[in-house]
Design a binder for this molecule. Structure first.
Ligand code: F6P
Length: 358
């Protein structure tokens, strides 16, 4: 009897249930009645505290199009994993003990960057681990794509599309803040897809003067409105010069609820325009997966089941050159996939006159 544990960890995204279903269905096809799947609840929290339940085939039916995660999720910071607390002691030891208690043959982990650091640690500690790359940010090293990205992209683009009509009516400047944590994949793609005039990314520090110039040029051309797609992690050229500590301090002193409000405030001092800010936030992670993510997550799920059948542990299933391949966790953990400055999407954006504020 194979005993497989499965958990979803970190921020949720669209496609988690499709991926869980893909793993489970492929395992049932491979092993028939000879497999038991345990759903571990709320990510690593469930593994630390021994909160899990035996799942049945019907649990995985009807969830392909469902948003969120049927297993629940939570954020368990990697840096605290080895910090003992009164409730659980050393969390890594607690997870190892529960893995043993459940008599697992493998632990399937669906997660993003932080999750992969812990997954790698568990693998180093001797647990059999297979992971799937999930996040709307698409910032996981080792895979060309993460599931969740395209669904979030659709929603972020829809926001920009809708803002276009009201921005045109009123002749306003709109700043739409797009998620993506410390990388700019989502704002870049949504900005291009939504026809933004200016896109600000964490990878390309902006100068306020350049934004003002671009907005004035558009005014002169008689354009009634302008739209900025701003990454939640956007930074100014001055901030880029700061040490990590100085930057943290400067940001902590800000009273603006999000970076877009700071930019709006600063722009407001430079020009006499009506400026509005829209922060769609977690809306971008909500609802069901788009068709690409349903198919992609299913593909990743079945590839993960294949790795389990082959006892090929310690890997993340990744998209590379149109194929799903195993990538060692040691290659993935702790690395961020940022937007390359010379990538073709940035070049295309510049070619059609989009400004990056640099
Ligand atoms: O990693 C996904 C993400 O949505 C990021 O884009 C964002 O910075 C972060 O999670 C928000 O985290 P939380 O859901 O904990 O507020």
């Amino acid at each position: 009897m194979k005993r497989i544990g499965i958990l979803t960890s970190g921020g949720d995204c669209q496609g988690l249930n499709a991926a869980i279903r893909g793993v489970a269905k492929a395992l049932y096809v491979e092993f028939g009645d000879d497999v038991e799947i345990y759903g571990i609840l709320d990510g690593y929290r469930g593994l630390i505290e021994g909160d899990y339940r035996l799942m049945h085939q019907e649990d995985f039916s009807g969830i392909l199009t469902l948003g969120g995660t049927i297993l629940g999720t939570s954020r368990q910071p990697f840096k605290l994993m080895r910090v003992a607390d009164d409730k659980n002691g050393d969390k890594v030891e607690a997870m190892k003990a529960n893995y043993k208690k459940m008599k697992l043959d493998c632990l399937v982990i669906l997660g993003g960057n932080g999750t992969h650091k812990t997954a790698h640690l568990l693998s180093q500690e001797g647990l059999n681990v297979v992971t799937l790359p999930k996040t709307i940010d698409n910032d996981l090293w080792g895979t060309e794509m993460t599931f969740g990205f395209y669904s979030a992209l659709e929603l972020a683009t829809q926001v920009i599309d809708c803002i276009h009509t009201t921005a045109t009516s009123h002749g306003r400047v709109f700043i739409v803040e797009i998620m993506g944590h410390k990388v700019g994949w989502l704002p870049l793609y949504a900005g291009v897809a939504g026809g933004a005039d200016i896109i600000l990314l964490p990878e390309i520090p902006y100068k306020l003067d350049n934004i003002v110039k671009m907005l004035e040029q558009r005014d002169k051309k008689g354009k009634r409105f302008s739209i900025l797609a701003v990454a939640e992690g956007a930074i100014s050229a001055e901030e880029a010069q700061m040490s990590k500590k100085e930057f943290k301090k400067a940001r902590a002193e800000l009273t603006d609820p999000a970076i877009s409000y700071k930019i709006a405030r600063e722009l407001g001092k430079e020009m006499d325009r009506e400026i509005r800010v829209v922060v769609p936030g977690h809306f971008q992670r909500g609802g069901g997966p788009c068709s690409y993510d349903r198919a992609f997550a299913t593909r990743l799920g079945t590839a993960a089941a294949r790795l389990i059948a082959d006892r090929n542990y310690g890997n993340m299933v990744a998209l590379r050159n149109e194929e799903i391949v195993p990538v060692p966790l040691s290659d993935v953990a702790g690395k961020l996939k940022t937007v390359p400055l010379d990538c073709s999407m940035i070049r295309s954006a510049r070619n059609i006159g989009i400004s990056f504020g640099d």
